[in-house]
Design a protein around this ligand. Structure first.
Ligand code: ZN
Length: 233
């Protein structure tokens, strides 16, 4: 019998690590249906030209009272993630029987196909610009225009890259990458589609022609005499 998992929560990384060839993408929580346990998975992305062989991340899971209930290094072996590919999302790094309040993640080390271990501990975490959700009508028209159901946010510029409408961070130091490595959106086309959607949903300004320049002015005397303006004879 195969195990089934129900998604409980997903949280995008709020930072990236400057200089690191690997980036933390998101944490996801699932409920294991047979036991009711909570399962934690982490997703990372390779931004280097060589495929990753193995990778180590450090996690710290806290319960809803803020107590640490799990903290350890987790090793991903035989990763084989090429440039721009994500990995880790199908490995359970932590399983527990109580609801989780938070999961913190740090990058530890990566080994590429040349077999050399690179420590990532000194790569400084930099906060990413916050995701701003698109209003529902703009979101629908951008998704329809691009044929991309993953677009939910405005794009954001960051010092070392840009954040796509899908929430993905595209780290592009000196490379000017314009295609989102997570959803495949083209940055220029996406921004144009968002502008079009904003224009279309902006309230229309009333148009006046020459015959509509003068406002009709009510006569106070007529109002006070009869209570409502009536026809004059
Ligand atoms: Zn994207």
């Amino acid at each position: 019998m195969s195990e089934t998992f129900t998604p409980l929560a997903q949280s995008r990384a709020s930072y990236y690590c400057k200089g690191s060839p690997v980036h933390f993408v998101q944490v996801e929580l699932f409920r294991m249906d047979s036991t009711g346990s909570t399962v934690v998975t982490l997703t990372f992305k390779n931004f280097y030209s060589r495929p990753i062989q193995s990778f180590v991340a450090h996690y710290r899971c806290k319960n809803r009272q803020g107590e640490v209930i799990g903290e350890e290094d987790f090793s991903y072996e035989n990763v084989d993630a090429c440039n721009g590919e994500i990995f880790g999302y199908d490995d359970a790094v932590f399983v527990c029987d109580e609801p989780l309040g938070s999961v913190e993640v740090k990058l530890v080390a990566v080994t590429y196909d040349d077999g050399i271990l690179h420590s990532l501990k000194r790569c400084t975490p930099v906060a990413l610009p916050k995701l701003r959700p698109l209003p529902a009508n703009e979101r629908a028209s951008v998704r329809a225009a691009l044929g991309n159901p993953e677009i939910s946010y405005y794009t954001e510029e960051a010092e070392d890259g840009w954040r796509c409408g899908c929430g993905g961070f595209n780290y592009n130091v000196g490379q000017g990458k314009r295609i989102c490595s997570e959803c495949g959106a083209d940055k220029g086309i996406l921004i144009a589609a968002i502008h079009d959607a904003q224009r279309a949903s902006a309230p229309q300004r009333p148009m006046y022609d020459a015959g509509m320049q003068f406002l009709p002015v009510q006569d106070d005397d007529v109002m006070s005499a009869s209570g409502r303006p009536g026809p004059r004879y």
